[in-house]
Design a protein around this ligand. Structure first.
Ligand SMILES: Cc1cc2nc3c(=O)[nH]c(=O)nc-3n(C[C@H](O)[C@H](O)[C@H](O)COP(=O)(O)OP(=O)(O)OC[C@H]3O[C@@H](n4cnc5c(N)ncnc54)[C@H](O)[C@@H]3O)c2cc1C
Length: 487
């Protein structure tokens, strides 16, 4: 039984940002993550937008951490090497009535100290976005995009390089307060920690209920997306949002370019009872396309290559309007227990700022002494597909595995698949490979490369294919052999 100074429950973007922040100090930190990798919860299934702070009321925690987080992202991206593009966004008014909403958002943004907001007339919007028709648009230059899973992986992997332990496939099952520490029971045994941070996302209420009576409910609200083929990547250049849907406390179906050149349509907003239902539905796919066409009439019928959904951790129900603030607080009953509750959008944007705040809270419980320096994990900042012919040839000359194309759609090489597999978190599922190097994320969605990745995983991990997992401890890729091997 190991005693840690700080235990974090949950390896989403919040837990991983906290791990990265805490690895700068001379303390022992552990992150418990129930899934087989980080970012396998809501943190991989969102719009990937670094919001600017025009949507949350001034003086709310959402506004404060969104604006602070937004300002931290450029240096985080420079330091850790995940891509970030400041492409800006338009919120558009489709009729004259909606212009009042643009003025309201500008006013909120100004109070939140968001820079550069401008309302453009329809013809000016058209100059930048020729396929969008609207009467006016609010231009928000400080909105950006990232791949949310790449950011979370970078935070977690760099924290590991600096001594944080990530225990994957380790589910917290109970939490008890002892005289001077917490006992944390998991499926892998009991651990001890002086301070516990509940960053369990949608499961935040369950963690609270292990040790005290929760005074809140979580209302899961699913958002489905469509992913368009890269061929349609230039339909828009910036993000394009409708006027937010106030009744549900969401931003509405928007059109969002990704850092890799696809376009996302979504998300929908559907309150569910099931916290784990990340399915997608035919009806919603139709509706998303229909709503997106109201903004972008030129959207073709057959551009979709994939669909996914993420679940919002809402603390208020649709009847009360669906909006509530983040709750970032120490337990009233147990000092040293910090709960992060209702971290829905803009939680991705807010993550680095929330991590700083929680670190400040921890420093009031224990002495935090800074390390002289931290190590940054070297990353291949450019993908093979983005390199010049000369750069590609130089790599192939050094190692022929750079010359073997595994994923034809995304142009991912064998060397990139192997690098993804040899990650410091030791996350070894098929999806862990996919989210690190994009193999299987292209037009054929793994139709061609799956067999080759399986072969590489078998060789590198030296295990039988029957043990290979898709994305969770129980999701085996193969159930058995269809014929006996020849002797
Ligand atoms: C549809 C949608 C769109 C969004 N768009 C944006 C956006 O564009 N920009 C933005 O800023 N924000 C956005 N968000 C919000 C953002 O995605 C979330 O705020 C953020 O991902 C929350 O991160 P998290 O770490 O709290 O949760 P999660 O990513 O869910 O992580 C929690 C982790 O805790 C683990 N866990 C749970 N219980 C246990 C346990 N008992 N033991 C061990 N581990 C456990 C889970 O497996 C999970 O990995 C969006 C959200 C949704 C749903």
């Amino acid at each position: 039984m190991k005693n840690f100074h700080v235990a974090v429950i949950g390896g989403g973007v919040i837990g991983s940002a906290l791990a990265w922040e805490l690895c700068h100090y001379k303390i022992d930190v552990v992150v418990f993550e129930a899934s087989s990798d980080v970012a396998f919860g809501t943190s991989k299934a969102n719009s990937g937008v670094i919001h600017s702070g025009i949507n949350s009321p001034p003086s709310s925690l959402k506004a404060r951490f969104c604006v602070e987080g937004n300002r931290m992202f450029q240096s985080l991206s420079n330091e850790l090497g995940f891509p970030l593009k400041w492409i800006g966004k338009y919120v558009i008014a489709k009729n004259w009535d909606e212009i009042k909403e643009l003025e309201r958002l500008t006013n909120i943004g100004n109070q939140n100290k968001v820079n550069g907001l401008e309302i453009h007339e329809g013809f000016l919007v058209k100059k930048k976005e020729p396929r969008i028709s609207c009467v006016a648009g609010l231009w928000v230059p400080t909105a950006g995009i990232i791949a949310p899973y790449e950011c979370t992986i970078a935070l977690a992997e760099n924290a590991v390089e600096n001594g944080v332990r990530f225990l994957l496939e380790t589910k917290v099952e109970y939490l008890k307060k002892k005289s001077d520490h917490f006992a944390i029971g998991t499926n892998k045994g009991e651990f001890q920690a002086d301070i516990v941070v509940n960053a369990a996302g949608l499961n935040c209420r369950e963690i609270v209920s292990f040790i005290e009576t929760p005074d809140f409910q979580v209302y899961p609200c699913r958002g489905e997306y469509l992913v368009l083929d890269k061929t349609y990547g230039s339909l828009v250049h910036s993000m394009v949002y409708p006027i937010p849907v106030k009744e549900l406390g969401v931003l509405g179906v928007h059109i969002t370019p990704t850092v890799d050149g696809n376009i996302l349509l979504g998300p929908s907003a559907e309150f569910l009872d099931d916290f784990s239902d990340t399915g997608t539905t035919k009806d919603m796919m139709k509706l998303l396309l229909q709503e997106a066409r109201e903004i972008l009439p030129a959207l073709p019928e057959n551009a979709t290559i994939n669909a996914y959904s993420g679940i919002r951790c809402k603390l208020s129900c649709p009847k009360t309007g669906g909006w509530s603030d983040f709750r970032i607080e120490e337990s009233q009953q147990h000092s040293g227990l910090i709960h992060l509750l209702g971290i829905e959008s803009p939680g991705l944007t807010a993550a680095p700022a929330i991590a700083k705040e929680v670190t400040k809270m921890i420093s009031s419980e224990m002495k935090l002494e800074k390390k002289i320096s931290v190590k940054i994990r070297p990353v291949q900042r450019k993908r093979f597909s983005e390199m010049s012919m000369q750069e590609q040839s130089a790599l192939i000359e050094k190692d022929e595995r750079w010359g073997r194309m595994i994923c034809r759609c995304e142009q991912v090489t064998e060397a990139e698949v192997i690098n993804a597999l040899l990650n410091p978190l030791r996350a070894q599922t098929f999806s862990s490979v996919k989210y690190r190097c994009r193999a299987g994320m292209g037009r054929c969605q793994g139709g061609f490369c799956t067999q080759h990745i399986v072969r590489i995983m078998e060789q590198q991990l030296q295990i039988d294919v029957s043990k290979l997992k898709l994305k969770s401890p129980t999701s085996h890729l193969f159930t058995g052999k269809v014929r006996k091997e020849k002797k």
